[in-house]
Each structure stands twice: as C-alpha cells, then as structure tokens.
Design a protein around this ligand. Structure first.
Ligand SMILES: [Zn+2]
Length: 297
C-alpha cells in the first residue's frame, strides 16, 4: 500500500488527535469534501506557497519531424484489447489502444507494481487497472471526485522512486508549469519505471488548460525531466476536437467522427498503414506518449 508523504518536505504523515500531520514540519492537512460528498485528505497545501528553482540546460534541440519514424510501436501492434467504447462503458475511462498496450507490458508484475493515476478524474482508470489484476493503484487529482487524495502535480506528496507506472491522461494541458510537473513525475518514478501521458494539441478553450503540446515539445519535456521518450501517438482526430473545443459543435460528434474516419482512411490509402509513415500524430487533437526513466542516471 502506497503511503503519501508531506508535499512540502517529504516528511512522514502521522495521526495527531484525529488529524493528519507531517511528522517533520508539523503541517496539519485538512479533509475536504468532494463534489460527490466523499471526504479526502487535501495534500495541495493551498495556503503554503513554496519557491521552486528549475535547472534548465541550454541549448536544447526539440524532436524534428524526420525523427518520427522511431515511433508507432503501440499503434502498429497487433494485440488483443477491449474496445475503447467497452471500457468507457464499464469503467468510465477513455484509455486508448496505445495506453492499454503499454499497461499490458506491466501485467506480469500487476500484483506488486505501484501505479499512480495522476489527474484521475472520476477514478475510472483505477477500476480498469484493478479489473485486470493491478493491486497497488493510487488515484489522485487536484479536485475531481475519483481522488483518494487531493494533490498538486507540481508538488507531489510521494517519496522519490515510488512508482513503476505514472498514468496521467488528458492532464498535461492543465499543468501550469509542465517542466516542473514532469520533473516531479520523474522524481516519483522508479528507475526503469514508465510514464504514460496525454495532453491537448488542438483542444483549445477547454477548462483551464494552460499549454498545449506538439511532439517536439513533449520530447523536450521528457528529456528535461530525465525521461526517454519511447513512443508517441495521436489521440482523437483534429476534426472532432476542433469542432468540439473551438467551434462548440460537440453535439455533432457522430458526424465529426465520421469525417475524421474518412480523412484517416484517405491518409492510410495514400501513405500506407504504418503509423510512422502516416505521421498521423501531426494532426491529432491530442497526443499520447510513453516515456521511461532510465535504469541508471
Ligand atoms: Zn512536512
């Protein structure tokens, strides 16, 4: 069972007179009520600002379009997996094939692998992961009802090297400083652990999204945090995402998905089925990625 730590100084959390407090700095963490009436520990420390110094190496060279041919392993893979629609109905999660593919690589360690679902929303990812045998999943969010703890992704309340997998889907655009958030994710990952993440590209004007991502930007973020980008893929297509997020045409979802299907089919006829040749992710509404923290630094 994964135990959170104090996000301010990494101290151990202890019970004091019915409250949860940090053994080291004595900060007391309140319980707050979520939208669904559940009460959870608030580890965001909203009234305790901390200054973070970010080290950045100059110069940096972002991923170039010519380098995309090393990606596409999960998209091209022929492996059995439940349909996205089925797991959405059963568990309320939108995990796509590529996420399922990389989650499958951890299945032989599902009984012991520590998993963080960062920005868990309704908590559907945990339900799905438990249904396939994962026993050590912790769901956190800034405020959503599926959270077991409220956390800030820029100040994660976990010890270094805690997790075998950090899963964070449809979240990256909500990080107000993605460089700091990626460093935090990297810090809490074990060496050899993997990050599965997705963030917006075309999905403008939704919620309080701050930064949207290109493949080159995602590569920079990973490298700056000491992670190696292993794979990259498009999320949903640009036609439904622009129609929904920029034009407010979400109610025409079926039509926009049909148009996207026609576009993708045409591209596959012209360029072949191989994902790297299609460079399909260049037009994704969002991008998903798999990155690994190297075994040794
Ligand atoms: Zn503390």
């Amino acid at each position: 069972m994964i135990k959170p730590r104090c996000p301010l100084d990494g101290g151990k959390l202890i019970e004091v007179n019915g409250n949860t407090a940090c053994e080291s700095c004595n900060t007391i963490f309140p319980k707050v009520e979520l939208a669904n009436g559940r009460h959870v520990l608030d580890l965001r420390c909203l009234d305790r600002p901390t200054e973070v110094t970010l080290t950045f190496t100059i110069p940096q060279t972002p991923l170039q379009s010519g380098q995309v041919d090393r990606f596409g392993a999960a998209t091209n893979a022929d492996f059995r997996h439940p349909s996205r629609e089925k797991i959405r109905k059963l568990y309320g999660t939108k995990l796509q094939k590529e996420f399922l593919y990389y989650i499958d690589t951890l299945l032989d360690r599902a009984g012991t692998a520590a998993v963080l679902d960062l920005g868990c929303g309704s908590g559907g990812n945990k339900k799905y992961l438990e249904s396939i045998g994962f026993q050590n999943v912790i769901s956190v969010d800034y405020m959503a009802p599926g959270a077991e703890y409220l956390v800030d992704a820029h100040r994660l309340p976990f010890a270094p090297g805690t997790f075998d997998l950090v899963l964070t889907t449809a979240t990256l655009e909500h990080f107000y400083n993605p460089y700091i958030a990626f460093k935090e994710i990297s810090r809490v990952l074990k060496h050899g652990g993997i990050l599965l993440a997705s963030g917006s590209f075309w999905e403008s004007w939704h919620g309080n999204s701050c930064f949207h991502f290109t493949p080159g930007g995602l590569d920079l973020l990973c490298r700056s945090a000491g992670l190696e980008l292993i794979d990259l893929w498009p999320g949903w297509g640009f036609i439904p995402s622009v129609a929904s997020h920029a034009l407010g045409l979400g109610r025409f979802k079926r039509v926009t998905y049909l148009l996207q299907g026609l576009f993708d089919f045409t591209v596959s006829i012209l360029l072949g089925r191989d994902a790297s040749k299609r460079h399909k992710f260049k037009t994704g509404g969002s991008f998903g990625l798999c990155a690994q923290k190297p075994e040794t630094t």
